[in-house]
Design a binder for this molecule. Structure first.
Ligand code: PHE
Length: 463
C-alpha cells in the first residue's frame, strides 16, 4: 500500500515514454478529438435535432462541462502517469481515499473498447469510400444510384467486414509502434493536412450558392425543436467529440511533460475541435441545401448526400476522394486514442509487450465490431431497446457511459483530490484555477446529472 509521501508525483515517469514537446501533446489530443465525431456525427445529429438550438446547447456543453472534464482528466493522467485503471487506484490511495476509484478507469477502458468496435466499422466505411470516390462511381449519379451504392456496400457483411478489418489493422499498427514512434509522427502529419483539406472544401461550399442557408440552419436556434433527449444528445456529442469521459485524454496526459500548461493545452484542443466541427457543418449543410437534400437524413448524411453532391460538381472525383481521405485520417488518429487506455493497461498489468497488447486488444475489439457489421445487414431486423446492436452501443457509450465517466472524473478531481494536489498540477492557485475548481466541483457534475435525470423523465417540469 502506498503511503501519502511514497513517491513525489513530480518525479514519476510514464512507462511508455513522453511527448517530445507541448505541441506534440496538443497535436495528439487534437488528433484524438477530431474524428468521425466532428465530420460524420456532428452534422447528422445537429440535423436530426433541428440545427441552431442543438448547436448552441452543444457549444455550451463544450464550454462549461467539456473543458473542466478535460482539464480534470489530463491533470489526473499526468499525476498518476499510469494507465487509467492504475492511475485512479494510485491517486485514490495517495489522497488517503479508496483504491476502488480504479473502477472509473475500468469503465473507461470498457467504453473505449465498445466505442472503437463500432467506430472502426464507420472508419472502414470511410476507407471504402476513398476507393469508390477515386474510381468515379459517384460521377453524375442521382440519389437512387448513390443510395444503391451505399445499400449494396453495407448490405454485404463480407465487404463491410473486410473494411472494418482493414481499419482495425491500421489502428493496431500505429498503437503497436508506441507513443513516440507511432502516434506522434502520425498525428504531426494528419492534423495539419486535415485542416488544409477542410478549408479547401469550405471554399467550394461557399461557392455553391447556398452558403447562407447552411449558415442560417446552423445558427438560428429554434428551441421548440429541443427535447431533453436532444439536450442529452448534445451533451453526449460534446463528450464524444472532445474524447473525454473514458480515459483517452487521461492516458495521453500520462505522457505529458511536467512543465506543460494543462489549461492552455485544453483551450487549444477545445478551440481546434470545435472549429473543425463547425467547419464541417459549414461545408456539409450548404451542399445539402444546394442539392435539395434533407439535413435530418441521419447517419447516411455523409455517405449518401455528400457523394451525391460531389458527383454533381465539376472536379467532384477529386473533391470527394480528398474528403474521404481526410475523414479516414481523422478517424484513424481518434481510433488510436480509443485503444490506448486498454493497451496501456494490458502492458502494465499483464507484462505484455506493446505489440502483443495491441494485437490482443485489437482482436477483441474487432470481434465485438462484428455485431455492428451485422447490424447493417444480416441482423438489421434484430432490434431491442434503442434499435439495432449498433444503435444500442452508440447510445450506451456516447450518451450514458461518457457523461457518467465525466461526472466521476470531475468529482474525483474536485472533491477526492486535495486542493494542493490539483493546484500543483495546474501550476497556479489563481483565478483560473479557482474557476476550474468551481466548475469541476459543482457545475459539471450537477449539470450532467440534471440532464440525465431530465432525459429519463425523473425530474418533473416546473413550468
Ligand atoms: N473524439 C473522437 C471523434 O470525434 C472520438 C473519440 C471518443 C475518441 C472518445 C477517443 C475517445 O471522432
Amino acid at each position: 500500500m502506498l503511503s501519502k509521501q511514497a513517491v513525489d508525483p513530480a518525479k514519476r515517469r510514464s512507462l511508455h515514454g513522453h511527448w517530445s514537446s507541448r505541441m506534440a501533446f496538443i497535436l495528439a489530443v487534437t488528433g484524438s478529438a477530431v474524428g468521425l465525431g466532428n465530420i460524420w456525427k456532428f452534422p447528422y445529429v445537429a440535423g436530426q435535432n433541428g440545427g441552431g438550438a442543438f448547436v448552441l446547447v452543444y457549444l455550451a456543453c463544450v464550454l462549461i462541462i467539456g473543458m473542466p472534464v478535460m482539464i480534470s482528466e489530463i491533470l489526473i493522467g499526468r499525476r498518476g502517469r499510469r494507465n487509467p485503471v492504475a492511475t485512479m487506484a494510485l491517486l485514490g490511495a495517495e489522497e488517503g481515499k479508496s483504491r476502488h476509484w480504479q473502477w472509473v478507469g475500468g469503465m473507461g477502458v470498457l467504453a473505449g473498447i465498445l466505442i472503437l468496435s463500432f467506430y472502426s466499422v464507420i472508419g472502414g466505411w470511410t476507407l471504402a469510400y476513398v476507393f469508390k470516390s477515386g474510381m468515379g462511381i459517384f460521377t453524375g449519379a442521382d440519389a437512387a444510384a448513390v443510395t444503391a451504392v451505399r445499400d449494396n456496400f453495407i448490405g454485404s457483411w463480407k465487404v463491410l467486414g473486410s473494411f472494418h478489418t482493414l481499419f482495425m489493422g491500421l489502428t493496431i499498427y500505429v498503437v503497436a509502434r508506441g507513443v513516440e514512434r507511432g502516434l506522434e509522427q502520425a498525428v504531426r502529419f494528419m492534423v495539419p493536412a486535415l485542416l488544409v483539406l477542410l478549408v479547401v472544401l469550405l471554399g467550394y461550399s461557399i461557392s455553391s450558392g447556398h452558403f447562407g442557408d447552411g449558415l442560417a440552419f446552423m445558427f438560428t436556434p429554434d428551441f421548440s425543436k429541443l427535447t431533453w433527449d436532444s439536450v442529452l444528445a448534445a451533451m453526449g456529442q460534446a463528450f464524444f467529440t472532445l474524447s473525454i469521459g473514458m480515459g483517452a485524454v487521461m492516458a495521453y496526459g500520462a505522457y505529458l511533460p511536467e512543465e506543460t500548461s494543462i489549461l492552455g493545452s485544453t483551450a487549444a484542443v477545445a478551440i481546434a475541435d470545435t472549429s473543425i466541427a463547425i467547419l464541417a457543418g459549414l461545408v456539409i449543410f450548404p451542399l445539402v441545401f444546394a442539392n435539395g437534400l434533407d439535413p435530418a437524413d441521419g447517419p447516411g448524411l455523409v455517405f449518401v448526400t455528400l457523394p451525391l453532391a460531389f458527383g454533381q460538381m465539376p472536379g467532384g472525383v477529386i473533391f470527394s476522394t480528398i474528403f474521404f481521405v481526410l475523414l479516414s485520417f481523422a478517424a484513424w488518429t481518434s481510433a488510436i486514442s480509443l485503444m490506448e487506455p486498454a493497451v496501456a493497461w494490458l502492458i502494465e498489468h499483464h507484462n505484455r509487450t506493446r505489440a502483443q497488447a495491441a494485437v490482443m486488444i485489437g482482436l477483441l475489439i474487432w470481434a465485438v465490431g462484428v455485431g455492428t457489421v451485422l447490424s447493417f445487414n444480416a441482423l438489421s431486423e434484430f432490434k431491442f431497446l434503442r434499435g439495432t446492436i449498433f444503435d444500442n452501443l452508440d447510445h450506451l457509450t456516447i450518451n450514458i457511459m461518457l457523461p457518467l465517466g465525466g461526472v466521476l472524473i470531475t468529482f474525483f478531481a474536485g472533491w477526492v483530490m486535495c486542493r494542493n494536489s490539483t493546484a500543483d498540477e495546474l501550476g497556479s492557485a489563481g483565478a483560473l484555477y479557482k474557476f476550474w475548481r468551481f466548475l469541476a466541483r459543482f457545475v459539471a457534475p450537477i449539470g450532467i446529472l440534471f440532464v440525465f435525470l431530465k432525459a429519463v423523465g425523473l425530474l418533473p417540469d416546473l413550468s
